[in-house]
Write a protein that binds this ligand. Sequence first.
Ligand code: AMP
Ligand code: TRP
Length: 330
Amino acid sequence: MKDIVFSGIQPTHQLHIGNYIGALKQWVHIQKEHHCNFCIVDEHAITVPQDPKALRDRILTTAATYLAVGIIPEKTTLFVQSEVPQHTELGWLLMTIAKIGELERMTQFKDKSRKGGAAGAGVGLFGYPALMAADILIYDTTLVPVGDDQLQHVELTRVLARRFNERFGETFVVPNPLIQKVGARIMSLQDPAKKMSKSDTAETATLFLTDTDDSIRKKIMRSVTDSEALVHYDPEKKPAVSNLMTIYHHMTGETMKDIEKKFAGKGYGDFKKDLAEQVIQHMGPLRDKINHYLTDKTELKKILDAGRDTALKNAEAKMKVVRERMGLGR
Ligand code: AMP
Ligand code: TRP
């Protein structure tokens, strides 16, 4: 049986090679078998301070990136969250059944509110998981592919679905998380103990999908390595080189053993030079496609309009039932 899939990425920063290897590549694969909804969750992005112009640019860049990696709009509903207002409507309804204690336990909220303290954090940041639950539940989603950092939010989604069903009658499908395989985690080029991240402040830590060839070369040549100059895969003892090898593997399909053999007797310099060329060869065409969608926006607009219309239709059908179950309106 086909699954109904929902996942989303926040358009807070440019997407990077970790997003590509850890999430987007898998989405492209999943869409072949299942019915997918892939969303640009711009309303989640405003739970932390945002510059409106930058946000709008990134929404479009993110959409162009989904398409460039191979999301097929005929197979998949690709849309922008804020264009389907039923998400925020259901988000509010779910907030009335979520508990303060449940939301306070979310580690992402604890992390993001740590700086200013929970009392000073925005209510939107606090209620964020209820909106995420709404994204998922409104489409009768059965499967949610996410990174392990989002598992807690999917679990809360399951709790809210069950609670709603108990109170108001069977309405929501209880979805399952799909956690990506281990080994798909790409680390910072400057600190192999840290996940590669959109918001890393170190300039050369993150390989963005829109980086120029020169910038890719510069970042890879300047990446940190381990002491012994040997291209050998050992994530415990040689985390930096193992991370670079993981990227090499995902670019070429070559196994770690193949890569070790290829660079036996050579130093890190040769390995990095070749890695940079592999990344350029594989990610260059992707960047050009992203730029193509961004320079000629007609196609992009058409695709996002169609995605919005499909999502609106499905979301509104569900909301009719939900409003009635809860006794809202007349
Ligand atoms: P984020 O960039 O945290 O919004 O995550 C968007 C998606 O990309 C999630 O499914 C993450 O698990 C995945 N992702 C983010 N960073 C990495 C990384 N460094 N390596 C692998 N996957 C990642
Ligand atoms: N919270 C997710 C993240 O930060 C993004 C997201 C929003 C999401 N709504 C979703 C992911 C629904 C999966 C399903 O990565």
